[in-house]
Design a protein. Sequence first.
Length: 247
Amino acid sequence: MFLIVGFFFLVENEEELDREFELEIDTLFWRFRKLARQSTFMVLFLPETSGPKTLQVGRALDPMDFEWSFWIEWGKEYVLWLLCGHLIISQMSSLCMEKHRPCFLMAYGMAASWFLLGINGLIVILVHVTVSYLVALFKNPILVWLSSLLLLSTLHMPALEDVKKSWYASESEYYLLLFTLTVRCLYYTSFSLEYCWHRPTESAHHSFLWMLVYVFYYPVFHNGPVITFNDFCKQVTALSKNCLGLG
């Protein structure tokens, strides 16, 4: 969270900092700061395509690049503040009602989705999640993969694209929905596959409610990184035990 705040501060005040410290272009420190800024953006906002182990150190980010401009705009205006809201809800629920903390975080994720994507966008996500869960009830991984591919293919159907674009005043809002649905597809697919493979004795977290908790966890809602359902449950359970003094 603090890295994200610091990154946006650097972007907003880059020219002022250069003037204050009299940094000249092509000096060693100027090049190092530029590289650090680029690397920070790639690690924070592009975890699916270029993790720390595959980071291309010499790669330059074009300020006119669509993805760069898109996430900077949304990050400054909305996402950063919604992440702060998630942190506040998480801490308050941990202190007051730790047992129901996952449900509070799920409700916050749904509210944030409603705020950014509108009621239509939220309904589309819920429809995708519900379809994936119903298919998972057959406990057939092949059916799960086929349903996920089918749901993902609906993002490129011209008729549906026109309908979704009509929901929003700008293309940026429409593309935010596409980014979100793509990442959410990986999440509900992960849950559905785990549901197919889990044993009856491990069914405590394999429910539709926990699927919603997992899918609407806001810090990774729009752009990942992807966390498998089992790893997510382990982290939530471990955190709950630590907060309750059981660990």
